[in-house]
Design a protein around this ligand. Structure first.
Ligand code: BES
Ligand code: ZN
Ligand code: ZN
Length: 476
């Protein structure tokens, strides 16, 4: 797609899209619609509203953005343009922004527009039309930096990568294909990538990680990405759960197993975020680890009641093979702390059904031993429409994970406090890192939306991490 900023004589063939903020309804009417205003009873710029009509020889689409839209509302409103109005669009599109449309709204709008090109129909004989050669005239009454367009493109590209990683099925997204993805990124954007296979993982004592991968014919991959910037003042460590399919293992899942292709949503978030940070060349050091495995079943699969080792040296009693995410994360967190000195350590994981029970599909469960970090993550997420809310990690919860036979067990076996006890389990492997946070994104990384008939990837975490890191840089 090609953007033309304020072209002299823009073509009015095709569709003209005019976004409206509710408070400025009258002014925008005057500014944009001239002698053909639309009656307020037909269109009043309410959230998610739109109105299409033809006038003055052109097709117009008015879109309502309410009074104070949040980032995601704007992104979604603009994503609708290409994803839902394919029949209205030919080779040309005019985005006619009103005066004083804020820059951050513009970023969300352009990102959303580009996301509209994403469709889930990967394996259909006839795929939906992609608007790759679409020309877009941007009418911008206030001067903008062209950087903004470039930035929106990079954000959208990273989010689409995150969508794909989650939406593609587990015969396409495997531990091996995730490591290929990372190596590919490394070649493109100058990121150092290391991948440990089973043998190398053994020599690195990643025993909990290897135990989970034992039941699958697909080799596990422990993926490490190092992005370095010469002007960096801070180093952030990221970990993302990369279970490319979660059958539950021998504690086999009996419900909605097909949705477990999304159990690498944490990996998708941190990988796409690493792509975006590197693409934007943000002055920070970023080390990202993705332990990638398939939790499958065969004669070698790990057994409930097995006692396994871990990178941190703690022995773990496996009560439930479906609590596999915390095992691979335990090794990744421990490896990161022992091998890199980071200011903050943040993990993203589709870890528990309990996080969905608590917060539904609205917000992630946020856990941290550092109040400043917790607030900063929460605020960064709010700025981009990726909500999270804190839950406690008091020491009393850790007692639930005490094992009789080993140092710790992976499940307390009770239908209560599932997300919190999982977070306490993870914390035991962070070697007391003073600034650690865990986001349980089970509900928010793969969910129903207006853009697909099934649940689909949301790229939750990509915007949040970009904002969090940009805020870190601003205050360093
Ligand atoms: N991947 C699941 C968590 C999950 C559930 C993510 C629903 C997205 C939607 C995780 O590995 C799991 O199976 N968790 C169990 C843990 C239990 C066995 C201790 C859960 O939450 O039920
Ligand atoms: Zn599981
Ligand atoms: Zn899982």
């Amino acid at each position: 797609m090609k953007f033309n900023i304020n072209p002299g004589n823009h073509s009015t063939e095709g569709l003209r899209v005019i976004p409206f903020l509710e408070n400025d309804l009258k002014e925008i009417q005057k500014e944009k619609l001239g002698e053909f205003p639309i009656d307020e009873s037909l269109f009043s710029a309410k959230k998610d509203s739109s109105y299409a009509y033809s006038a003055a020889g052109e097709l117009r689409l008015l879109i309502g953005l309410e009074k104070k839209p949040d980032y995601l509302d704007i992104e979604n409103a603009f994503r609708r343009i290409l994803s839902k109005n394919q029949h209205l669009i030919k080779e040309h599109l005019v985005l006619d922004f009103p005066k004083n449309f804020p820059d951050e709204y513009l970023e969300a709008a352009l990102t959303g527009l580009l996301l509209g090109n994403y469709h889930l129909d990967f394996f259909k004989k006839e795929r939906k039309k992609e608007f790759s050669s679409l020309e877009i005239d941007l009418i911008l009454p206030n001067p903008i930096e062209t950087k903004l367009i470039d930035r929106a493109r990079k954000i959208a590209t990273a989010k689409i990568e995150a969508f794909k990683l989650v939406d593609l099925p587990p015969n396409k997204i495997t531990p091996d294909s995730l490591s290929d993805w990372a190596e590919n990124l490394g070649n493109k954007l100058n990121i150092k990538v290391q991948v440990f296979d089973r043998e190398r993982a053994k020599t690195e004592n990643l025993e909990a990680f290897l135990a989970v991968g034992r039941g699958s014919s697909k080799e596990p991959r422990f993926i490490i990405l190092e992005y370095r910037h010469p002007e960096a003042k801070k180093h952030i460590g990221l970990v993302g759960k990369g279970v490319t399919f979660d059958t539950g293992g021998l504690n086999v899942k009996t419900q909605s197993m097909h949705e477990m292709k999304s159990d690498m949503g944490g990996a998708a978030a941190v990988l796409a975020a690493a792509q975006l940070i590197a693409d934007l060349q943000l002055p920070i050091h970023l080390t990202t680890i993705v332990p990638a495995v398939e939790n499958a079943i065969d004669k070698d699969a790990y057994l409930p009641s097995e006692v396994i080792g871990s990178h941190a040296g703690l022995s773990i009693e496996v009560i439930d093979t479906d609590a596999e995410g915390r095992l691979i994360l335990a090794d990744a967190l421990s490896y990161l702390v022992k091998n890199y000195k980071t200011d903050h350590l943040i993990d993203f994981a589709t870890l528990t059904g309990s996080a969905i029970g608590t917060f539904g599909y609205e917000c992630a469960a946020l856990f941290s031993n550092n109040e400043t970090l917790s607030k900063q993550l929460q605020e960064a997420g709010m700025e981009v429409g990726e909500k999270s809310w804190p839950l406690p990690i008091w020491e009393s919860y850790a007692r639930e994970m005490d094992s009789e036979i080993a140092d710790i067990k992976n499940y307390h076996g009770k239908p209560m406090a599932g997300a919190i006890t999982a977070a306490k389990f993870l914390q035991a492997f962070t070697h007391d890192h003073p600034s650690w946070a865990h986001l349980d994104i089970a509900g928010v990384s793969f969910r129903d939306s207006e853009f697909a008939k099934t649940k689909s990837g949301t790229a939750y975490g990509v915007g949040l991490l970009m904002k969090f890191i940009e805020n870190q840089i601003e205050h360093q």
